[in-house]
Structure formats: C-alpha cells, structure tokens
Ligand binder design. Structure first.
Ligand code: SF4
Length: 323
C-alpha cells in the first residue's frame, strides 16, 4: 500500500452506511456460500483471535483509528510497542492535536510511511475542532477527516462502533479470493468485483457483520497467509473453492514485491531517524553522513520537505515540523 494513508491493498467495499447488499442482485449460490461461511469463521475467531490492545473495550474508537493508521503495510509486532506508547502519551485525539505535528513524526519511530503520522495528527485536530474530541460514528463524517479514506472509515465504523460495513484489506481479499472465487491470490489492486463480493458476503445484522469483518481479517493474517496457507487448521477448508479446485497455481500478473534496500525510502528513513533523535535543529552536514550518494540524498531530503515531514530552516538546518 503506497505511502498514502489508504493503501492500494486496503479498501472499504465502498458501501453506503446501511444495507448496500440489499440494492444489489446477489447470486443465490453466493448467498448460500456466505451463509455457510459465517458461522465457522465467526466461531473460529471467538476462540483464536489474538488479544490485541486495540481490540479491548478500553481502546475506544480513537484506539481503533490509531491502530488502523499504523497497521497499514506494517506488521502487528512492529506496531504494538509504538501503539502502546502513543496511546499512553495521547489517549484522546485532543491530546495529540495539542502537540506539534513533528512530535507525531518522532513518536512514529520506524514504522515506515511516516506521512501516516502527519495525517493522523491532522485527523486528531479535525476531530478536536469539528467533533468535540470524539471520533465520529458516521462513515461519511469519518471519510471527511484528513487522511481517512474508505478503508479506515469502514474499519472504524465496523470495529469501533460495531456497525455493518464491508471492510476489505489485503488479508480479507486473499481469503475471499481463495475461499469464494477459487483463486490463489486476489488482483494486485482492489476491483469493483471484489467490493461487490464483500458486500454480498456481509451478514445482515450489525453484530455478526462486525465480527465477520474482524474474523476474516484475522483468518487471513493467521491461517490463510500469502505464502503458506495452513489449510489443515482452517475452519472453512471443506468449503474452500480454491482447495476444492485442487489449489491451482496463480495465473495472473506477477505478485508485487516492494524493495527497500537502496531505495529513496531507505534514505528518507535514515534522514528522519537523525531528525527524530535530535531535540535541536540538525545541520545539513550531519544529514549528509547518512547516505553516500549526494543526488539521491538530496532528492530524499527534498521529498521529506515537500511532504511536510521536515522543516527547512535558515543556515542549512532542518527539524521536524512545528506546525
Ligand atoms: S482452506 Fe486454505 S486456502 Fe482455503 S481459506 Fe482456508 S487457509 Fe485459505
């Protein structure tokens, strides 16, 4: 998922707040498939779900929102310590909104894609200013927040408020591709057909729909993994279309992989690490030490400045943004 807050792999099914599936013609066979999948997946989740801090009641909608920003393209084990510190320091949106955006970038640490930190700070400010400090309940209000796109809005509505809304992240897309469509992998980018399928599979009532969203995501993260699905442990193995078809090899375009070593992302990460560690503005000469190649280094620094992650000062000095 690019450096945007909404990733290319994560997308809400784009449904309006209520009962989108009712307005769409649903294939009766698909309806039956959905019906047979709901109970085993939701039951499996009840006994196998990880105890993650953003799933606990005390996390609230703000905790869910923070976790969703952090988890895009970043594994749970890397997010956990940063999330815990973040929520201790900024337990409410207003707490974060009162700080300089550079403090959000500093606390983001090495999670990667640090523009997410700026966007989360922007969302916190908007929540404090427009919503009395409470994360809004409505999908449309969430979507209007800076940095909140379809996926995050759907995830907050579903996970924090227990409302019926299809949520498609890369794990859910893979589960649906295998279990329902019979393909090893979903397309590289989310398609309209996948969104329609996600809406058609959504249970009718809010409570089950919300559990289904979390359960399918967890199944993809723990069992139906990208490289080595553990079908023997899967609660829907007997119904899985891909398994029933003999587990055919992926036929579509090559799977995307993201390089890191030697890229501008790596250089940006090193530059930001110096600035995060510094309490005072940093001289250009200190930043020059992080990367040997001057053109790439300058390009990375320019990119950080134009993204608002770094503030240039007089005398060739730099710092994390104060405003
Ligand atoms: S049976 Fe295997 S491939 Fe099918 S959904 Fe379960 S883990 Fe995924």
């Amino acid at each position: 998922m690019t450096a945007t807050t909404e990733t290319s792999q994560a997308a809400s099914a784009g449904a309006p707040p209520a009962r989108a599936a009712e307005s769409e013609a649903v294939d009766p066979a698909l309806h039956e498939t959905a019906r047979t999948l709901h109970a085993p997946v939701v039951d499996w989740f009840a006994t196998h779900a990880r105890d993650l801090p953003w799933r606990r009641p005390e996390a609230g909608a703000w905790g869910v929102m923070v976790s969703e920003f952090m988890l895009q393209q970043t594994p749970v084990n890397r997010v956990l310590p940063v999330y815990e510190e973040w929520m201790k320091r900024w337990p409410r949106p207003a707490d974060l909104a009162a700080e300089a955006p550079g403090e959000a970038v500093r606390a983001w640490g090495r999670l990667g894609y640090p523009r997410r930190a700026l966007r989360l700070h922007g969302a916190a400010k908007a929540i404090a200013e427009r919503h009395g400090g409470e994360v809004p309940v409505e999908h449309a209000q969430l979507l209007a927040l800076p940095g909140v796109g379809e996926y995050t809005a759907a995830a907050v509505v579903s996970f924090a408020y227990g409302k019926r809304h299809a949520v498609l992240d890369t794990n859910v897309r893979r589960v649906f591709a295998r279990a329902v469509t019979g393909r090893q992998y979903p397309p590289n980018a989310t398609t309209a057909a996948e969104r329609k399928l996600a809406r058609a599979l959504l249970p009718e009532d809010d409570t089950t729909a919300s559990r289904w969203a979390a359960a399918t995501m967890e199944l993809g993260a723990l069992v139906c993994t990208a490289r080595s699905p553990q079908c023997a442990r899967c609660p829907i193995a007997a119904r899985c279309a891909w398994q029933l078809a003999g587990a055919p090899e992926h036929q579509g375009p090559a799977r995307r992989t993201q390089a890191y070593a030697g890229t501008d992302r790596q250089v940006r990460g090193r530059l930001l690490a110096v600035l995060r560690a510094a309490k005072e503005p940093v001289a250009q000469t200190d930043l020059d030490r992080v990367w040997h190649e001057p053109i790439q280094r300058a390009r990375a620094l320019d990119g950080l400045v134009s993204d608002g992650l770094v503030e240039p000062l007089d005398g060739k000095r730099y710092r994390l943004p104060l405003s």
